[in-house]
Design a protein around this ligand. Structure first.
Ligand code: FES
Length: 265
């Protein structure tokens, strides 16, 4: 049977002529790199907080506690399974991981980059007719996102406490080091991502019928909307920075570098 021009155009996966594949490819590379690094650090189960014996500086009370966000809050467990020490990060990871994986923005990103359903706007996907949206298991679990947000919000408080603890010096007094600023930027970016969540936006005002009767909620909703409009930006910046924060804490707690103190008071 002769192939008509119309038939040929239907077989084409897209008419886009721009480099539409770059964005999904970059997402796949960055997200995969994060998963590999986070998995390594989770199972490494070491170099995540400043141990007392780390250095003379620490014993002299010249640095505060630094705790990796991947191991926060500090869970003092010493469980063994088949002779293997269970990392406390595994117990912690389930909360931020479920929050990120069910995030509306990340869903779009990894559906495009990993599942290619579709890989970009106006590009035919590979999902085929087997794709049933989020109405069946396992993707129906994506609807739990609003509940994961409650736990994510609690983690912001915990990470903010870690910033304060990094300024509390064991010999007495307070101080600010590079580590303090690294942890501070981490909690700011994670906070901007968490409080820009679509579920948070609904929680803070999207659920009311009349803003004129709820002026306070309206003000809050507008602030959350500001973050929500930049959700993609904070999704990636917080993901990258949480990795760099952990890397910095690992470098300091392994003794490779000292945490430079700017000033004490
Ligand atoms: S929609 Fe992205 S964190 Fe909730």
């Amino acid at each position: 049977m002769a192939v008509t021009p119309q038939r040929r155009s239907q077989d084409k996966r897209t008419f886009r002529t721009d480099a539409w594949w770059i964005q999904p490819a970059v997402v796949a590379v960055v997200f995969t790199a994060f998963v590999v690094y986070a998995t390594f650090r989770t199972f490494e189960n070491n170099y995540y907080s400043a141990p007392i014996h780390l250095s003379d500086l620490y014993q002299a009370g010249q640095v505060g506690d630094l705790l990796s966000p991947l191991y926060s809050p500090l869970i003092p467990i010493d469980w063994k399974i088949w002779g293997y020490h269970v990392s406390p990060a595994i117990l912690i990871l389930v909360f931020p991981l479920s929050f990120r994986l069910t995030c509306y923005y990340y869903r779009k990103a990894y559906y495009r980059s990993y599942f290619l359903t579709p890989p970009a706007c106006a590009v035919r996907g590979l999902g085929g007719s087997a794709y049933t949206g989020e109405r069946k298991f396992p993707f129906i679990l994506q609807n739990l996102h609003r509940f994961t947000w409650y736990f994510a919000a609690i983690f912001i408080v915990i990470l903010a406490i870690d910033v304060i603890r990094s300024m509390m010096y064991h010999g007495g007094g307070w101080g600010v080091s590079v580590g303090t600023l690294v942890l501070l930027l981490n909690v700011i970016l994670l906070g901007a991502y968490t409080f820009g969540c679509h579920s948070c936006r609904h929680f803070c005002g999207g659920c009311v019928n009349s803003f004129s009767k709820h002026k306070g909620l309206y003000g809050l909703w507008r602030k959350v909307t500001y973050l929500n409009e930049r959700h993609q930006l904070f999704a990636w910046s917080s993901l990258v920075w949480v990795s760099l924060t952990d890397l910095y804490v690992r470098t300091v707690t392994s003794g490779a570098i000292a945490d430079h103190v700017f000033f004490r008071f």
